[in-house]
Structure formats: C-alpha cells, structure tokens
Design a binder for this molecule. Structure first.
Ligand SMILES: [Fe+2]
Length: 292
C-alpha cells in the first residue's frame, strides 16, 4: 500500500507508506547543511538502509550555507520527505520561515537573515517540489501505527520538548489513531512515553543539540516480535567544512560557531528544564520499545 490522501481532521495531506517490515532511519532538520546530509546518507549505507527506508521530518533548509544543494540532494536521493514550516513558507513565497519564533526574539531576528539567503537561492522547480511534499506520513511496523509530523499533529510549527506536560502530548495523540508519533522541528532528540504510546523526535541533522558537542542525531526504528525498537544514533561529520562555508557566505557567525561548539546562540524556544541541560552531553543510548 502506498497512497496519498487528505486527512480532513487536520487539513493535512498525508501519504501512507503501508507496512514496513525492515529497519527505517528517521532524521530531520537538514537545515541547508549539505555536509551533514551527505554523512547521513553514508551512515545509512553502512547500516544497509536504502533511501526508500529513510524518512526526513522537514526543514531541509534553514541556518547553513547550502540551501539549494541540500534540497536537491534530498530530492534526488528519493528519501521520504514531509514539509516543514520552511518548505511550506518557501513553496508559497512567504516573507518569513514561520518557525514559531517570537518576532522580537533573537531566533526571530536571526531567522530573517538565513531565510532571505535561502529564498534568493531556491529556484521555481525546488519550490514546486517542496509544495508537493505531504504534510504527514503514516506507516505500520510490527503492529504499531505511526504518524510522521513536523512540529505536531495539529500545528506544523509547534515546539514540543521532552519536558512538556503529559497533557500536551495526550492532546496531540487524541487527534490520531497512532501508537507512535515521529516529529521534528524542535532540534533536540528525545523519546517520551505517553501512556502506552510514544512520542519520538530524532533531533536535527543540521545543527547540534545544544549539548556542547558538534554531534548531530538520527534514529533507527526496527521491527521486533513485540513491537518497534527505537534507537537514537549520533552522527559525526565534517562540521569544520560546513562552518567555513557559512563564514564564507557571510551568514550569522553565531550559528556558524554552533556547528563547532554545539551550543545554540539563543535559548528562547527552550522550556526551563531544557535550558538547564545546556552544555550537558546527551546520553540517549538506551533503546525504547513501542509495544504493538
Ligand atoms: Fe520547523
């Protein structure tokens, strides 16, 4: 089964991947970081995971120096991609990224620069491709029903972090039949149990996770007899090369340094617990199980 339909409950265009019987790699937030996306494809090859079993949860374009090249590589690789808020804004020729940053926040002001840089480098063909991408993906693995979204089920640019109250996740699950939701947008990887269900964010490829390391993150989902195993993975790549490209392009020095230091230039979007975790290397080595 491999179908596309509009899900009237959320006005979202959902594409169904059917039943998946082999491991799937989940990643997101390539953020115009061509070097990180290339490294991800190499890592997938080393894990014997082909492109048709890779899912990108949106925002292929953002902070870094190679917006068109990164989007072209994602498109050419035939990875399953959904729209993030950036794809949605660029395909509709909107004036800003609709990231959900407050207008006067540091993130809001800095986003104007990288969005204008990307907007000037994306041609019509890529905009049309981004406009055709589905908003959600659905699939079934080992009896577990999954929905892939960008921010949340109800809102493409909603920030949800591990520390948010259970009720915030329950409200999102209430709008779906999913046992597992795979989301992006927030940039910090986590796996959160919500009753018998699981919310999973694989983190971002294009920027580190504010944990004082240059590592970036992806995940592998594997079908097992009792359900789906979720495993977070770190990705090492040539961040110095990506940083040099940003500096050469005249992009924000603060974000260029983030690629090296692993620390975000602004914590505006983070809840207090995630702010307090700043600079503490993430330890996500224990796999989680979503029971069917
Ligand atoms: Fe986003």
């Amino acid at each position: 089964m491999d179908t596309c339909s509009t899900d009237s409950r959320y006005g979202a265009r959902a594409h169904d991947l059917g039943r998946l019987n082999d491991p799937v790699l989940v990643c997101g937030g390539a953020y115009s970081n061509l070097d990180a996306l290339r490294a991800l494809l190499e890592a997938a090859g080393a894990l014997s995971i082909p492109a048709e079993r890779i899912i990108h949860t949106g925002d292929v374009i953002a902070y870094c120096a190679s917006p068109a090249e990164t989007a072209e590589l994602l498109r050419a690789s035939r990875i399953h991609a959904i729209q993030g808020n950036v794809e949605q804004s660029l395909s509709a020729s909107e004036p800003d990224c609709h990231c959900g940053f407050a207008a006067e926040s540091v993130c809001g002001k800095l986003s104007a620069q990288w969005f204008a840089y990307a907007d000037a480098r994306i041609g019509d063909e890529l905009r049309q491709w981004m406009g055709r991408l589905p908003h959600h993906l659905t699939f079934e693995m080992a009896g577990v029903y999954a929905r892939v979204v960008h921010g949340s089920v109800s809102q493409i640019n909603r920030f949800l972090f591990a520390s948010h109250p259970e009720s915030a996740f329950e409200a999102e699950f209430a709008a779906t039949d999913a046992d597992m939701i795979l989301a992006g947008h927030s940039g910090i990887p986590f796996t959160r149990r919500v009753g018998a269900r699981v919310w999973h964010n694989s983190g971002a490829l294009g920027l580190p996770a504010n944990d004082a390391t240059p590592r970036v993150w992806f995940s592998v989902l594997s079908p097992e007899e009792e359900g789906v195993h979720i495993e977070h993975h770190v990705l090492d790549y040539d961040y110095e090369k990506a940083r040099e490209k940003m500096l050469k392009a005249g992009l924000c020095r603060d974000y260029a340094e983030t690629l090296r230091t692993g620390l975000w230039p602004s914590l505006d979007v983070l809840p207090r617990p995630e702010r307090k975790q700043t600079g503490a290397p993430l330890d996500l080595r224990s796999p989680a199980l979503v029971r069917s």
